[in-house]
Design a binder for this molecule. Structure first.
Ligand SMILES: C[S@@+](CC[C@H](N)C(=O)[O-])C[C@H]1O[C@@H](n2cnc3c(N)ncnc32)[C@H](O)[C@@H]1O
Length: 244
């Protein structure tokens, strides 16, 4: 449908090599997983599904840190999955949408990752996405979702479009919806054992990039460093850790 906002950032992943330049959130996620292993909450030989895996860079990074983990990747873009298969031949990468889950994946994984994907979906779909991720995880397993979550009791639905001559969008883009802790807590209530939010901040400044939809850092008057983008948003990225 022409006016339905949809994800339009595929070229970010075809143009940038995140296999060489490791994203900071990948490192923080690795630390959270490490903590889970140390606390005996996660197995050293966990079976992991990365939903919205793009070119598989996160899987490549985690595979170098957790050698006994077994990975699978899923992404809606056949172009990105093609790159992933070339980069990491030993891993099973499938083309498909999160809305196709769980299907055959029901209860198969110890860990499901969903990094930078949840904000693409509007309210009803986002709740459904979380439920689909939960269905893929065995009892006691973990889900890590990374996106914008609001500690203030406000949910925000964002649609945007690029209007410059180089942007060939045929309609509105999605990807920056913000869900509050309260709403997520209500969605998860009674369905999972526990959940928590973990703050994320960039440890170094990021320059404004050519693509104004990508984030960069700004220094605030109180000395803190925040992420922003050309949508004029302050972007508070966090991990949502769910124990099923
Ligand atoms: C912002 S990127 C994040 C990529 C990667 N997880 C990372 O953190 O680098 C969003 C990814 O979600 C994928 N995606 C968009 N809609 C999807 C859907 N319905 N099901 C599965 N993947 C989807 C896109 O192709 C893209 O690779």
């Amino acid at each position: 449908m022409q006016n339905e906002p949809k994800y339009r950032g595929f070229d970010t992943y075809t143009k940038n090599d995140h296999h060489t330049y490791i994203k900071e959130n990948f490192k923080v996620l690795g630390n959270l997983i490490e903590e889970g292993i140390q606390a005996n909450c996660l197995s050293k030989s966990a079976k992991v599904l990365d939903v919205g895996c793009a070119t598989g860079a996160l899987i490549g990074y985690l595979a170098s840190r957790f050698e006994r983990f077994e990975f699978e990747g899923l992404d809606i873009s056949d172009e990105l999955i093609g790159v992933a298969r070339e980069k990491i031949p030993g891993v099973s990468f499938k083309v498909g949408g999160v809305m196709d889950l769980p299907g055959e994946q029901e209860g198969r994984f110890d860990v499901v990752l969903c990094i930078g994907v949840l904000g693409i979906f509007d309210e009803a779909e986002a709740k459904d996405v979380l439920y689909r991720l939960i269905s893929c995880v065995r009892p006691g397993g973990r889900i890590y979702v990374f996106h914008q979550f609001n500690e203030v009791d406000i949910d925000v639905m964002v649609k945007h479009r690029r209007v410059g001559p180089e942007a060939k969008w045929d309609g509105w883009g999605a990807g920056w919806n913000i869900y509050s802790y309260r709403t997520v807590g209500e969605w998860l209530s009674g369905r999972v054992s526990a959940h928590r939010f973990v703050d994320f901040s960039m440890p170094f400044p990021l320059e404004r990039q050519e693509n104004p939809v990508r984030t960069w850092t700004i220094d605030m008057a109180d000395g803190s460093r925040r992420l922003t983008n050309g949508l004029k948003l302050l972007v508070d990225l966090r991990f949502l850790e769910i124990t099923v």
